[in-house]
Design a protein around this ligand. Structure first.
Ligand code: XUL
Ligand code: CO
Length: 440
């Protein structure tokens, strides 16, 4: 059966189009900086938000109207696969992502859960054989079920550690079978509510052990996808061990895992950590650790992970600037870890939301490419740090001086003149680029 009967394949119609079911800026074949837009942006649909989320929030019941909701159990899981591939094809999206429990219901036993996963991933594999949509990443949900009440790999209960290992083992087998380009670890409950009953060192050691076992098993089965840690500072625990990129990096260094992992960076998680999206991407990029992006945005007035579809062009521009400076996103992509608002309950809103997100990143991409072509930030940076190109500055950065010489220099040069940072001009220039890139 068709789930999106009145929707045809979404096409690029240009900035003047008033058709809600058309792209205004995302033109997959358009070449930007020498590459097709589709190949740079590598968009992915998040299965959980688009085919599973029902609009429930902590204060109220489900609101979504979905054609697949007439089914339940395994029939529901199958109807969702059918709907998903119809959606992927009509949207023309190159990737999707899922947690194990998004695609297949948990059984009463782990054996039954495995059976469900095998049956549904078999069906997904069949669909993938005739679809152009590939798996960007899969992951194991180790946070929803009550068994993870005290964590998964960081649980105080060794049986939970073992159960979690079994889930990830299965996840890696699925990743290999479906050709997932990445495998993601978001440490949903890997953290603590309070230090009063927590052995933080012991829990982090266990997390390190868990990741090493995952790396070993992937090698053993010949799965060569990229491993990604997805930082988030809070929610659901009050403190999460993968707080932000810098914290994650320190963890990877401490447990000798930097060669096996990169980061999947989510915009709303950056906000929760008190950072911008571009800060988190920059931090990963400058250490060669940028893996993939979860594209969304938080609400400026709400302090939780609202997972809105990204529509802030300023943010998409600065994110794409970082991606382009990184030389692209590699095996990663831009996964819409974003959900339609509770009030946007019609099935077609799923298309409208993805179109809005894809168009917003297409704008960001084009503006960022122009900023780079014109060396806007590069010229600013070059001028700003010019004092290190010669004289005492050059000596500092080449390691050719010391405190004694610097003191002697400072005694002779203590009447210091600084130059303006000109931030207002910079911001106005970005606005100019945003407005003129699409001006006819
Ligand atoms: C939760 C979140 C997850 C991860 C995958 O905030 O972002 O959906 O992306 O587990
Ligand atoms: Co995410």
């Amino acid at each position: 059966m068709a789930h999106f009967e009145n929707v045809n394949n979404i096409k690029f119609e240009g900035a003047g189009s008033t058709n809600p079911l058309a792209f205004k800026f995302y033109n997959p074949d358009e070449v930007v900086g020498g590459k097709r837009m589709e190949d740079i942006l590598r968009f992915g649909v998040a299965y959980w938000h688009t085919f599973v989320a029902d609009g429930t929030d902590p204060f109220g019941a489900a609101t979504m109207n979905r054609t697949w909701d007439r089914f339940s159990g395994m029939d529901l899981a199958k109807a969702r696969v059918e709907a998903a591939f119809e959606f992927f094809e009509k949207l023309g999206v190159p990737f999707f992502c899922f947690h194990d429990v998004d695609v297949a219901p948990e059984g009463d036993t782990l054996r039954e859960t495995y059976k469900n996963i095998d049956e549904i991933t078999g069906m997904i594999k069949d669909y993938m054989s005739t679809s152009k949509t590939k798996l960007l990443w899969n992951t194991a949900n180790m946070f929803s079920n009550q068994r993870y009440v005290h964590g998964a790999a960081t649980s105080c209960n060794a049986d939970v550690f073992a159960y979690s290992a079994a889930k990830v083992k299965k996840g890696l087998e699925v990743a290999k079978d479906l050709g997932a380009e990445n495998y993601v670890f978001w440490g949903g409950r890997e953290g603590y509510e309070t230090l009063l009953n927590t052995d933080m060192k012991f829990e982090q050691d266990n997390l390190g052990r868990f990741f090493h076992m995952a790396v070993d098993y992937a090698k053993e089965i010949g799965y060569d996808g990229q491993f990604l840690i997805e930082p988030k500072p809070k929610e659901p625990t009050s403190h999460q061990y993968d707080f932000d990129v810098a914290t994650g990096l320190a963890f990877l260094h401490a447990y000798d895992l930097t060669n096996d992992f990169k980061f999947n960076i989510e915009a709303n998680h950056a906000t929760l950590a008190g950072h911008t999206f571009e800060h988190e991407i920059r931090t990963a990029r400058m250490h060669g650790m940028l893996g993939s992006l979860d594209a969304n945005q938080g609400h400026p007035l709400l302090g939780w992970d609202t997972d809105e579809f990204p529509t802030d062009l300023y943010a998409t521009t600065l994110a794409m600037y970082e991606v382009l400076k990184n030389g692209g996103i590699g095996k990663g992509g831009l996964n819409f870890d974003s959900k339609v608002r509770r009030g946007s309950f019609e099935q077609n809103d799923l298309f409208h939301a993805h179109i809005a997100g894809m168009d917003s990143f297409a704008v960001g991409l084009k503006v960022a490419q122009r900023l780079i072509d014109d060396k806007v930030f590069e010229n600013i940076i070059e001028k700003r740090y010019a004092s290190y190109n010669e004289g005492i500055g050059k000596k500092i950065v080449t390691g050719a001086t010391n405190f004694k010489e610097l003191e002697a220099y400072a005694l002779e040069n203590d009447q210091i003149t600084n130059q303006s940072g000109q931030l207002e001009i910079i911001k106005a220039t970005i606005n100019q680029y945003l407005l003129t890139t699409f001006a006819k």
